[in-house]
Design a protein around this ligand. Structure first.
Ligand code: ZN
Length: 285
């Protein structure tokens, strides 16, 4: 494998990190019950206790398919939200993709690991009164349980779900709603991995004996590898701990490259278990 200009060549598959800017969110919320004295050494907080959270997306090129994982937070934020998140001028997904050499119409598959606004906010664009797919040729993939949960608008996390990011795609038949694990393209697998919520998917890409895993919000930061360092957002913390422990074991044993939902600096990392703890053995920004 090789890493060229931030791009990971994994066998026959090329993976390009595309960060759609970043927002700043309360560090205590990001690190749950972990005390600030510990997490702030790794993720420095600003004067309002916020830490930087990248909108981490990836373009996976298999030769046959060009797949976009996540679409970031989008641009539909009122001035108060922009100030709260230190996000004065959110980037447009098509412009960021173009800057990386990817035309919006060259993407044929989009994977939303889950439907929180910060992972699918760039799915659609407003054209006058119409809501259109931002990636005009793409089929979008999500998980049925996640779509049902989004529609349920549970008081605990209704604020994370905005119908404008997905309902028009479902109505137009552009959203493939999966029932459980699946392969969205040869070598590109999604797996339901509960913890952050019930139906979030991780993405596992394999080619020529090499593997890459996007943990999405099961592990949001490279500094969050310790299984008990669970985000305060997680609905099922015990499942987060179990799934992190299991997957980190596989990542270390099989030398996976790994990526994280919101790390603003680390695009790829390899994992090891040493001196009684999980840590990165190699990182690339
Ligand atoms: Zn997230």
């Amino acid at each position: 494998m090789s890493l060229r200009d931030g791009t990971l060549q994994l066998g026959d598959i090329r993976i390009t990190p595309v960060r759609l800017g970043s927002y700043w969110w309360d560090g205590g919320a990001m690190f749950g019950v972990v005390p600030k004295t510990l997490w702030s050494k790794l993720e420095p907080a600003d004067e309002l206790n916020r830490i930087e959270a990248g909108f981490n997306c990836f373009v996976v090129e298999t030769g046959e398919h060009r797949i976009l994982i996540e679409t970031g937070g989008g641009v539909r934020h009122d001035p108060r939200a922009r100030e709260r998140m230190r996000l004065p001028d959110p980037p447009r997904i098509t412009e960021v993709l173009a800057a990386h050499g990817f035309g919006a119409d060259s993407i044929d598959i989009v994977i939303n690991t889950h439907l929180h606004w910060d992972h699918c906010g760039g799915n659609t664009v407003d054209e006058g009164a119409h809501v259109l797919p931002a990636l005009p040729r793409a089929r979008y993939f999500t998980q049925r349980g996640e779509l049902e949960h989004a529609r349920e608008q549970h008081p605990r996390d209704a604020v994370s779900y905005r119908a404008v990011n997905y309902e028009s795609l479902v109505e137009a038949g552009r959203m493939r709603v999966l029932d459980g694990d699946g392969e969205v393209a040869p070598g590109v697998e999604v797996r339901v991995t509960p913890g952050h919520n019930r139906d979030m998917m991780i993405v596992l890409v394999r080619s020529q004996g090499e593997s890459w895993c996007h943990f999405a919000d099961l592990i949001e930061y490279a500094s969050q590898l310790t299984p008990t360092w669970v985000s305060g957002f997680d609905l099922f913390p015990l499942e987060t701990i179990a799934n992190k422990t299991r997957l980190l074991g596989a990542a270390a044993a099989e030398q996976w490259w790994c990526s994280f939902g919101h790390d603003p600096r680390v695009s790829f990392a390899r994992i090891e278990f040493a001196e009684g703890k999980w840590r990165t053995s190699e990182t690339r920004s």
